[in-house]
Design a protein around this ligand. Structure first.
Ligand SMILES: [Zn+2]
Length: 138
């Protein structure tokens, strides 16, 4: 049976012509690229915000944690040299409500530490340091 050479598979006849980008296509591609970059930087911004929020909360938690002893009338930093034996943690607000006053030796804050009254957190290159000043107002 003779093989027909007249029939060429359709796939060989429909090879597209070399693609030439038009100006419209190029600017559409550029717009798409710019949009992708905008999305990426928005996402980066969101991550930075989330990280900052987390760091602030961690800082405030630490800054407001003090310790009291079973018999003492004062609250302390847990590094206070006057601490002997057992102590337990609470927040400055809790300690004050229970009638504790700040220790004069380790000098913990006299009021709840907020970002505002502590000087806040300072950011640079993804690291932060906490403000030193705590206002003694209550
Ligand atoms: Zn103390």
């Amino acid at each position: 049976m003779p093989v027909s050479h007249d029939v060429v598979p359709a796939s060989l006849t429909s090879v597209p012509a070399p693609k030439v980008s038009t100006d419209a296509e190029i600017s559409a591609l550029r717009a798409k690229k710019a949009e992708e970059q905008r999305k990426e930087s928005a996402e980066y911004e969101r991550q930075q915000q989330a990280e900052r929020k987390r760091a602030e909360q961690e800082y405030l938690k630490q800054a407001n944690t003090v310790v009291v002893t079973p018999r003492g009338k004062k609250y302390h930093y847990d590094t206070c040299q006057t601490l002997k034996g057992s102590y337990r943690e609470m927040t400055i607000a809790q300690a004050r409500r229970k009638g504790y006053v700040p220790c004069k030796v380790c000098d913990p804050p006299a009021q709840t530490v907020t970002l505002e009254n502590s000087g806040g957190l300072y950011w640079g290159d993804n690291v932060y340091s906490r403000g030193k000043q705590v206002l003694d107002v209550d």
